[in-house]
Write a protein that binds this ligand. Structure first.
Ligand code: F6P
Length: 369
């Protein structure tokens, strides 16, 4: 006979990795749906860090999640340094990576939790999968502005980031035109070019450079020259932070820190110098950076976050653990964590959006003469 599950009384919730607009919508939806079932919700601060230190643990009541739907960031705080399996400890000036996973399991039990909702991108979901293997009842909610989690049609946060980047491109047009300049704009996305592709098309870029399509500087400069030859007299180049030249590598900020992802960035400046040197056109670079992660979530991200939060509670009710709730339009489905993060969701080089952009004459830096 199958063992009966103990009734759920109290669940935990944490947000891990870089923040993304829509996190608060998920926290609110999880909390409100749980309360309606008579469950308590325990907010864990700063991602897995809170489960290691037990600092900043508090019960989320109705007041705490009231008025947060439209707010960016996360009321729980987050961290992309707190991997319990490789936790950075500094002793006598020396940095060591320690395994704190057993402490997390112990603390989960100490808090009397029946389940844990982990809202995070591929990094946090990978950690969640390890804890699921260790027996913790976990439901994941995919989050990231990068849109690179394969299990879901799209992640919340992405739509808002694209909106912010498109708005920036609209603003750059007038100054680029006034000064007859070429503007090179660097957008986030890590190794996936979704933000650059979507914002580049929506914001009327002339060249879009993606990590998935290595570029040749010659081809980029040809496009810039063509713009001026056609008397358009300015040019907007969008470069994903992970874009790289053919045979080259992406640009990074200094050496990789222990236990952390390498930081991408610098491609816009690199390109602007070379475009200026090759074409003689006045060129400026801009890194939009964390502005893409800030601000109020779009209505799409509020709705998606709300649906995912409610779906996470349904999954817990049914004991569907070790799963991530994912959008498969028009439904929300539960996908095993391993499958949801098996490979990153990157832009297919010949996808419809790329083909549409090429049809309009937008360059991707891989065009032959
Ligand atoms: O994953 C989200 C993201 O914003 C990436 O697009 C970017 O490369 C990275 O996080 C930046 O991380 P940090 O906030 O640690 O600089």
């Amino acid at each position: 006979m199958a063992a009966r599950r103990r009734p759920v009384r109290r669940i935990g919730i944490l947000t891990g990795g870089g923040d993304a607009p829509g996190l608060n919508a998920v926290i609110r939806a999880v909390t409100r749906s749980a309360h309606r079932l008579g469950w308590e919700v325990i907010g864990i601060r700063n991602g897995f860090e809170g489960l290691i230190t037990l600092r900043g643990i508090n019960r989320l009541d109705a007041n705490e999640v009231s008025g947060i739907l439209h707010r960016g960031g996360t009321i729980l705080g987050t961290s992309n340094r707190a991997n319990p399996f490789e936790y950075k400890v500094t002793k006598g000036g020396k940095v060591d990576l320690c395994d704190k996973s057993r402490e997390v399991v112990r603390n989960f039990r100490r808090l009397g939790l029946s389940a844990l909702v982990v809202i995070g991108g591929d990094g946090s979901l990978r950690i969640a999968r390890e804890f699921a293997h260790m027996g913790l009842p976990i439901v994941g909610v995919p989050k990231t502005i990068d849109n690179d989690v394969a299990g879901t049609d799209t992640t919340f946060g992405f739509d808002t980031a694209v909106g912010t980047a498109t708005d920036a491109l609209d603003r750059l047009h007038s100054t680029a035109e006034s000064h007859e300049r070429t503007m090179v704009v660097e957008l986030m996305g890590r190794y996936a070019g979704w933000i650059a592709l979507h914002a580049g098309i929506a914001g009327g870029a002339d060249v879009i450079l993606l990590p998935e399509i290595p570029f040749a500087l010659d081809a980029v400069c040809r496009k810039v020259r063509e713009r001026y030859r056609k008397k358009r007299n300015f040019c907007i180049v969008v470069a994903a932070e992970g874009a790289a030249p053919v045979g080259g590598s992406f640009v990074t900020h200094g050496p990789k820190e222990a236990g952390r992802e390498v930081r991408l960035g610098g491609i816009a400046e690199w390109l602007a110098e070379r475009i200026h040197a090759e074409t003689g056109r006045e060129t400026r670079s801009l890194v939009l950076g964390h502005l893409q992660r800030g601000g109020a979530p779009s209505s799409f991200d509020r709705l998606l976050g709300t649906r995912l939060g409610a779906a996470a509670i349904r999954a817990i009710q049914r004991g569907a653990f070790g799963r991530v709730v994912c959008l498969r339009h028009p439904e929300i489905v539960e996908v095993p964590i391993s499958r949801a993060i098996a490979h990153p969701n990157r832009v297919p080089a010949n996808c419809d959006a790329v083909r549409a952009a090429r049809a309009l004459g937008i360059g991707f830096g891989d065009e032959r003469e």
